[in-house]
Ligand binder design. Structure first.
Ligand SMILES: C[S@@+](CC[C@H](N)C(=O)[O-])C[C@H]1O[C@@H](n2cnc3c(N)ncnc32)[C@H](O)[C@@H]1O
Length: 363
């Protein structure tokens, strides 16, 4: 692993010398090497650091979460803000110690809690605002963790790779739109706050960055619309965009990643069709049980010889009929040959409505 020979102290000093905030000027921490594999590109332009905190619009009394504080160039500004507390999660123990020492030197340690660990594995404390220059390698999973986990917060102001930012705010059909973006916009408003040059970091990374604001909708919907739960929508979107765990397992087995599939192809995949069949049967049984207790469930197949041994307790005919139902739904929606990234949210909702109407369930 190539090590980047830039000391954290130099990176912080560069920031401190020019810094307009007195909070960061006293730090003179240890010198250590920065690792690219950890995304350790420290943001050192004080004007940009100040602007991030300003744009984050922290309110008095806020609990702030920072993922990947590094040596604390952003952290010291967050500590000097009206925030009541800052909880930082940092994977590198050297960085965690450095940021804690820096807060101590500034007399602001009482506002800071540092957890040493992987942000994807630790539970975050409750927070009102997340303000972070995040490690770009975990942009997607971290955004998903923040938005679809159980956290209730107001805003996440994140410095991310510019392409990722464009995808998050991008419109469908522009090639910069993806599954995560579709779902993020269901629960939050996303906007681009400013672009940041790669030259504002030490060491200089290969890519430019952008600051995005993810503002959570006041009421997180349990339903996307009457009759369609958010959970069902999220599962449906996962399937459409090949993110279901069964699809991911299949993808890993292949040597080369194929180009994006049409919906017709996606829904023909055996593992996926089987999983949807299973879920749909559970749903039908639930409905059957609710409407007439004691009656046989609709798919209870009496002739054991006719059961499909390999695939569970159902007949091959039932499964074939189910697959035809899926194909028929796609055809009547005229979306068989469409690729998911080209669909608008409205098209996707229209398709999900049709699936549900015909008893194809995703959750
Ligand atoms: C881009 S640097 C940002 C440093 C600092 N916030 C700044 O702006 O100068 C990303 C930081 O995230 C840390 N990091 C990388 N992967 C992480 C993970 N999975 N969980 C928590 N921190 C991580 C790195 O060690 C590094 O300190």
């Amino acid at each position: 692993m190539r090590r980047v020979v830039v000391s954290a102290r130099r990176a912080a000093r560069h920031s401190c010398r020019l810094c307009s905030s007195s909070a960061s000027e006293a730090w003179d921490g240890p010198s250590f090497r920065l690792h690219k594999r950890r995304g350790q590109h420290l943001l050192t332009n004080p004007r940009v650091l100040d602007a991030i905190v300003r744009r984050a619009a922290i309110r008095p009394g806020d609990a702030v979460l920072e993922v990947g504080p590094g040596t604390g160039n952003l952290t010291v500004r967050l500590l000097a803000s009206p925030a009541a507390s800052v909880a930082a999660v940092e994977i590198d123990p050297r960085m965690a110690a450095a940021v804690a020492a820096r807060a101590r030197d500034l007399g602001l340690a009482h506002k800071l809690t540092v957890t040493t660990g992987d942000a994807m594995k630790v539970d975050f404390p409750e927070f009102d605002a997340c303000v972070s220059n995040i490690p770009y390698a975990i942009s997607s999973p971290l955004t998903a963790k923040l938005l679809f986990g159980s956290y209730r917060f107001r805003t996440a102001t994140l410095l991310v790779q510019r392409e990722f930012a464009r995808r998050l705010v991008g419109a469908p059909g522009h090639g910069e739109h993806n599954h995560l973006a579709t779902n993020v916009r269901l629960v939050a408003h996303v906007s681009l706050l400013m672009d940041v040059s790669k030259n504002d970091f030490v060491p200089v990374p290969g890519v430019d960055s952008s600051l995005v604001e993810i503002r959570m909708k006041e009421v997180r919907p349990t339903e996307v619309e009457p009759g369609i739960s958010l959970d069902e929508w999220l599962e449906f979107a996962r399937v459409c965009f090949g993110q279901h765990q069964l699809q991911q397992q299949q993808e890993k087995k292949k040597k080369r990643k194929k180009k994006e599939k049409t919906l017709g192809t996606i829904f023909k995949q055996k593992e996926m069709a089987m999983e949807l069949f299973r879920l749909s049967r559970i749903d039908e049984e639930r409905i059957g049980n609710a409407s007439s207790s004691g009656r046989d469930a609709p798919h209870d197949v009496n002739n054991a010889d006719d059961r499909c041994d390999e695939e569970g307790d159902f007949s091959k005919e039932e499964y074939v009929v189910f697959k035809e139902r899926i194909a028929g739904t796609l055809q009547s929606a005229k979306l068989n040959n469409e690729r998911p990234s080209m669909l608008s949210n409205d098209d996707m909702l229209r398709l999900l409505r049709l699936f549900i109407k015909r008893g194809v369930r995703f959750h």
